[in-house]
Structure formats: C-alpha cells, structure tokens
Design a protein around this ligand. Structure first.
Ligand code: HEC
Ligand code: HEC
Ligand code: HEC
Ligand code: HEC
Ligand code: HEC
Ligand code: HEC
Ligand code: HEC
Ligand code: HEC
Length: 404
C-alpha cells in the first residue's frame, strides 16, 4: 500500500518536473530572510523530502502536544540517582525530578544520545534523559536556572535563524539550513530557475564542509557574544571571519592529544586531519538526505575507508598494524576514530582527527592515566588487565616485525 502510494507520488512528481513544475507558489508564506520551509521544497522534491524525514536532522526538535505525547522519551517513573552540586553550592543526592513536570514541556530536544526539555519560558530543564543507558543525568544542575534555549541553543537546531529577534523559519534542520533560503528558487519558472539555490556538491569542497561546520562546532561569533556563527550564510567562508573555534588548549573541550572531549566538534577536528589537507570533505563520508545507518555514512564498517584506501591490508598477520597473537584487529575506525568524545556519556562519540592515538600518548600526555589521556588500544582494552605500557610494547613489537 505504502509502496503503491510512493510510486504514484513519484510519477506525479515526475509529471510535474516534466511540465516544468507547474506548481503554483502563490500561496506560500515567506519568512524573514527568504525562507519558505521544507514542506514547500517537498512539493517538487518529494522523494528527497521523504528520505530526509528519516534523518536525525529532521527529527531533533519536537513541539509537544501534552504530557502524554509519545515523543517524550524520558521515563518519569524511573527516579534519578546521581550526586551533584546544587545552586547553593551544597552537594546533594538527586533522587527525584523536583518540579520538572511533564505538563510544562513545550519542546523536546534530542533523539539519539540524550533528550532535554524546554518549557514555555525557553528554559532548558535540569534533568536530561540519556537515551542509550536509560537514566537521568544532570544538566547545568548547579546554576539557578538552565540556559535560555532561544538565545543560546536555537541557531544550530533550527533553520533560518534570525539574530534580530531570535526567531526562526522552521524547527530542526530543514532543507534551507544546507541550501540557503529558497524564495527565489521556488518562485522562478522554467529555465530561470537555474542557479537560484546552492547545491553543496557544486561548491569547492571546503566551502561545502563549512555548511556542516556552522553547527558541528564549538566557539564564538566574531564579537564574542554568541556561541554560533552570526551572519554566516550558505556558500560563504565560515572561519575565521564568521567564527572562532574553541582553542585546542581548552582542556574542557579537548584531550591533550587534540582529540575531542566535548561533543559536536567534528568540524574543528577534521580541520586538523590529513583528510582536510587532502580535500576529503564531510560529504565524501556522509549522506545528507537519507540515513541508512546510525550516523549516515556512505559505507559501513571498513568499506567506507577501503573505498579510498584499497592498499591498506586488513590481513590480521601481515596487515599494516598486526599485533602478535591477536588477529582480531582489523576495524579501521576502532583505531583511527576511537571513542574519546562525550554527548550523553563518556565515549559515546568518535574522534574525527582520524589519527591513531598510541598508548605512548597516555604515558606521555596523561602520566599513564587513561582519565587524563585515552588511547586507541585502551578504548577496547579498558576492562582488561592491559596497561598502556604493555599495549605499547606489543605494538612496538609489531612495528619491529614489520621493519624486518
Ligand atoms: C516548483 C518546484 C520546485 C520547488 C518548490 C523547489 N524546487 Fe528545487 N529544483 C526544482 C527543479 C525543476 C530543479 C532542477 C532544474 C534546475 O535547477 O533548474 C531544482 C533543483 C534544485 C537543486 C539543485 C540545483 C543545482 O544547481 O544543482 C537544489 C539544491 C534544490 N532544487 C533545492 C530546493 C530546495 C531547498 C527547495 C525548497 C526551498 C526547493 N528546491 C524547492 C524545482 C523546485
Ligand atoms: C544536512 C544538509 C542538507 C539538508 C538538510 C538537505 N540537503 Fe539537499 N543536499 C545537501 C548536499 C551536501 C547535497 C550535495 C549532494 C550530496 O552530498 O548528497 C545536496 C543536494 C541536493 C539536491 C541536488 C540533487 C541531488 O540529489 O544531489 C537537491 C535537489 C536537494 N539537495 C534538495 C534538498 C531538499 C528538498 C531538502 C529537504 C527535504 C534537502 N535537500 C535537505 C545537503 C542537505
Ligand atoms: C554551534 C552549534 C550548537 C549550539 C550553539 C548548540 N548545539 Fe546542541 N548540538 C549541535 C550539534 C551539531 C549536535 C549533534 C552532533 C554532536 O553532538 O556531536 C548537537 C546535539 C545536541 C543534543 C543531542 C541530540 C540527540 O539527538 O541526542 C542536545 C540535547 C543538544 N545538542 C542540546 C543543546 C542545548 C541545550 C544547547 C544550548 C545550551 C545547544 N545544544 C547548543 C550543535 C549545537
Ligand atoms: C573519512 C570519513 C569521514 C569524514 C571526512 C567525516 N566523517 Fe563523520 N563520521 C565518520 C564515521 C566512520 C563515523 C562513525 C560511524 C560509526 O560510529 O558507526 C562518523 C560519525 C559522525 C557523527 C556522529 C558523532 C560522532 O562523532 O561519533 C557526526 C555528527 C559526524 N560524523 C559529522 C561529520 C562532519 C560534520 C564532518 C565534516 C566536518 C565529518 N563527519 C567528516 C566518517 C567521516
Ligand atoms: C543547522 C545546523 C546543522 C547543519 C547545517 C548540519 N548539521 Fe548535522 N547535526 C546537527 C544536529 C543538531 C544534529 C543532531 C541531530 C539529532 O541528534 O537528532 C546533527 C547530527 C548529524 C549527524 C549524526 C546523525 C545522523 O546520522 O545524521 C551527522 C552524521 C551529521 N549531522 C552530519 C552533517 C553533515 C555532513 C552536514 C553538512 C552537509 C551537517 N550535518 C549539517 C546540526 C546540523
Ligand atoms: C574519499 C576518500 C577517502 C575516504 C572515504 C577515506 N580516506 Fe583516509 N585519506 C584519503 C586521502 C586522499 C588521504 C591523504 C593522502 C594519504 O595519505 O593517503 C587520507 C589519509 C588518511 C590517513 C592519514 C595518513 C597519513 O599519512 O597521515 C588515515 C589514518 C586515514 N586516511 C584513515 C581513513 C579511515 C580510517 C577512513 C574510514 C573512516 C578513511 N581514511 C576514509 C582519502 C579517503
Ligand atoms: C590495530 C589498530 C589499527 C587498525 C585496526 C587500523 N589501523 Fe591504520 N594505522 C595504525 C597505526 C598504529 C598506524 C601507524 C601510524 C600512526 O602511528 O599514526 C596506522 C597508519 C595508517 C595509515 C597511514 C600510513 C599508511 O600505512 O599508509 C592509513 C592510511 C591507515 N592506517 C588506514 C587504515 C585503514 C583504512 C584501516 C582499516 C582497513 C586501518 N588503518 C586499520 C593502526 C591501525
Ligand atoms: C575494536 C576493539 C579493539 C581495539 C581497538 C584493540 N583491541 Fe586488542 N583485542 C581486542 C579483542 C576483542 C581481543 C581478543 C579478546 C581478548 O583477548 O580478550 C584483543 C586481543 C589483544 C591482544 C592479545 C591478548 C593477550 O592477552 O595477549 C593484544 C596483545 C592486543 N589485543 C593488543 C592491542 C593493541 C596494542 C591495540 C592498539 C594498537 C589493540 N589491541 C586495540 C579488541 C581490540
């Protein structure tokens, strides 16, 4: 039934395209800045719109209809259980959700790692639901109240943000977040439609990645006032004119090795990588309109990497990183993108420097303490008796054997 509908819609779309897209656009509402909204794009690009709806980009923010709304993922029956400092500076054991009731929720924020709750005064509430682990965690618990979502957060979780009055055209990441405002494009007819909207694939690779970088980053606007790139528009250069990324010396955001500690820094990480220097962009590894796997990669497992690195041998004995008596090591991202980042819980995001972090770096930069500097090998050998020193020795042995 569903398939039949899609086929009919597809044929209708095709017919419209052939007819030069005879869609009447006189009824559309154009928002500040020329934004028309994804629903209008969907009138002609129906297949792209249908798959975009399955991406986390399209789902991240939800306007809630009431306390029974099934999109509220947090479980109010499960009490929180953590120790944190309250606004008076006292250490408390949180065992209930205090005055955070389901009735106050206006927006839910998040579907992948964690969900936060925003009330009608735009305050982000102090308990967040950690989705994978099913528990409540603290959020700005020691502050008098949570941050103002409209002022501090919205830019990166909406489309068509307007700095003048902190408003936006659409909740979540719609078409125009990556393509720019569509008014001219949707109102043009026939041949006049050419070059009326940005296709990232036609931009130089670094400007295309800047589109993603406007949100997948952390830092300040040029005047230092906003934590997002005020004045940036799709197709422009993002750094350094529109945005200063958080200094790599900032110990809260980065590990000493330069790998990510605080989430959403894929862009500044990638900028330090050989992929950046070689012009391999976000678009080379990620799809934008569909999400056939959790993180929307163009290939899964080693296939993504081997497509461009066909000479890297995955042979466990003669491969490029063989470890004696341990032929299990062939997973590219386990060593080159270890889980050093944190969105909800430590290690739930991978690093995008693509650099192997050796156990030696834990010894040298973290004094042997994995809590001060994680490494690729211990990201799996965490629960085992292997110390960074022992693992480094085994790795050196492998390298030594290779050079013979
Ligand atoms: C009235 C129909 C219609 C609507 C509505 C529409 N498009 Fe298009 N779009 C087209 C057609 C037809 C083409 C291909 C021909 C062309 O580029 O002249 C196209 C091409 C594109 C391209 C490729 C441009 C290029 O240079 O390669 C992008 C990107 C795009 N549309 C995005 C959007 C977005 C985003 C929206 C909503 C803001 C939208 N479209 C709304 C009809 C439409
Ligand atoms: C997260 C960013 C992002 C979002 C959101 C997004 N696009 Fe795109 N779009 C891209 C990129 C990047 C390309 C270039 C090709 C590629 O990498 O897939 C593209 C290419 C296109 C093209 C050119 C033809 C093609 O298929 O490559 C059209 C048309 C288009 N997008 C329409 C849309 C519409 C309509 C929506 C909303 C329903 C949308 N896009 C949402 C990033 C995005
Ligand atoms: C500069 C852009 C930016 C700003 C500002 C920003 N975020 Fe985000 N946020 C992101 C990006 C990008 C992601 C997803 C990628 C990642 O986490 O690595 C994300 C992820 C999230 C998630 C997890 C979503 C999920 O599905 O699990 C939540 C919740 C969240 N942000 C809340 C906030 C709150 C609350 C604020 C304001 C205090 C805020 N963000 C400010 C860009 C931003
Ligand atoms: C060389 C390939 C490659 C490039 C380039 C790349 N990514 Fe990724 N990305 C991946 C892989 C692989 C994963 C993890 C997939 C998994 O865990 O299954 C990932 C995961 C992610 C995630 C999920 C959170 C995390 O960090 O684990 C986000 C968000 C992301 N990438 C955004 C970006 C952005 C934005 C860019 C460009 C600045 C980019 N990626 C460039 C391969 C790449
Ligand atoms: C307007 C801000 C914004 C832009 C632009 C943007 N993202 Fe995102 N991205 C987010 C947010 C917010 C999330 C978290 C969504 C969620 O958790 O539901 C996210 C999640 C992701 C994820 C992980 C979930 C998934 O599978 O989609 C990847 C990968 C990703 N983005 C890649 C990209 C790439 C590549 C581009 C550029 C083509 C891009 N993003 C552009 C804000 C943005
Ligand atoms: C679109 C092609 C492409 C994809 C996909 C890709 N790479 Fe690369 N990679 C390159 C290019 C080009 C270079 C730079 C030239 C070189 O050193 O080979 C590079 C460099 C590297 C380097 C650094 C080499 C050095 O000498 O510093 C590592 C490590 C690496 N890639 C790992 C990966 C991993 C892991 C994946 C999968 C997540 C991956 N690559 C996916 C093209 C790609
Ligand atoms: C057991 C850990 C491990 C695994 C698994 C692994 N690598 Fe590596 N890789 C290393 C180490 C160690 C180096 C040496 C350079 C360094 O120390 O940074 C390296 C170097 C590289 C280089 C640059 C040097 C060269 O040989 O050209 C590339 C490219 C690379 N790896 C890609 C891959 C790809 C693709 C995969 C998956 C097929 C993969 N690696 C799997 C540990 C690993
Ligand atoms: C993807 C996860 C993963 C990563 C990353 C990883 N290992 Fe392993 N390793 C395993 C598994 C699984 C085994 C086999 C099970 C076991 O022995 O407990 C193993 C076994 C070993 C063994 C043999 C066990 C023994 O007691 O002698 C050694 C040595 C070893 N790994 C060293 C390393 C080194 C060095 C690195 C970094 C270059 C590394 N591993 C990275 C998962 C990993």
């Amino acid at each position: 039934m569903k398939l039949a509908n899609n086929t009919v819609l597809g044929l209708m779309g095709l017919a419209l395209l052939l007819a030069g897209c005879a869609n009447d656009m006189s009824d559309i509402e154009v928002k500040e800045g020329g934004y028309v909204g994804s629903a209008v794009c969907a009138r002609c690009h129906d297949r792209i719109a249908a798959t975009w709806q399955t991406t986390p980009h399209s789902m991240v923010m939800k306007r809630i209809s009431g306390p029974q709304d099934p999109r509220i993922l947090g479980d109010w029956q499960t009490p929180p259980n953590f120790t944190a400092t309250d606004p008076s500076g006292t250490t408390v054991q949180a065992t209930d959700l205090g005055d955070m009731s389901k009735d106050q929720i206006m927006l839910t924020h998040g579907v992948l790692w964690k969900q936060r709750y925003i009330n009608a005064d735009w305050e982000v509430q102090k308990f967040q639901w950690n989705i994978a682990e099913n528990f409540w965690g603290p959020y700005h618990f020691s502050d008098a109240k949570g941050p103002n979502w409209q002022k501090k957060c919205s830019y990166c979780h909406v489309t068509g943000f307007n700095q003048q009055d902190y408003s936006w055209a659409e909740l979540s990441i719609g078409c125009e977040a990556c393509h720019g405002p569509g008014e001219k494009h949707v109102k043009a007819k026939g041949l006049a439609r050419a070059n009326t909207i940005t296709n990232p694939a036609k931009l130089p690779w670094h400007l295309a990645s800047d589109i993603c970088g406007q949100c997948h980053t952390r830092g300040k606007s040029p005047d230092g006032k906003a934590p997002f790139p005020v004045g940036y528009s799709v197709g422009k250069r993002l750094v350094p004119s529109m945005f200063t990324v958080t200094s790599y010396d900032n110990k809260k955001a980065w590990w000493p090795s330069g790998a990510v500690k605080q989430h959403r820094q894929q862009y500044p990480e990638w900028q330090t990588s050989s992929h950046y220097r070689a012009g391999v962009s976000c678009l080379d590894c990620h799809t934008s309109h569909s999400s056939s796997n959790r993180f929307s990669t163009r290939g899964t497992g080693n296939n993504l990497c081997l497509g461009c690195h066909p000479n890297i041998s995955t042979d466990p004995v003669s491969g490029h990183a063989p470890i004696k008596d341990a032929p299990q090591h062939s997973d590219c991202i386990a060593c080159h993108m270890p889980n050093t980042g944190k969105s909800a819980t430590v290690g739930d995001e991978r690093t995008h420097t693509f650099r192997f972090i050796s156990p030696n770096q834990t010894l040298e930069l973290g004094g042997g303490d994995l809590k001060k500097q994680p490494n690729s090998c211990n990201s799996c050998h965490y629960h085992q008796k292997h110390t960074p020193q022992q693992l480094q020795e085994r790795l050196d042995l492998a390298k030594h054997r290779l050079s013979q």
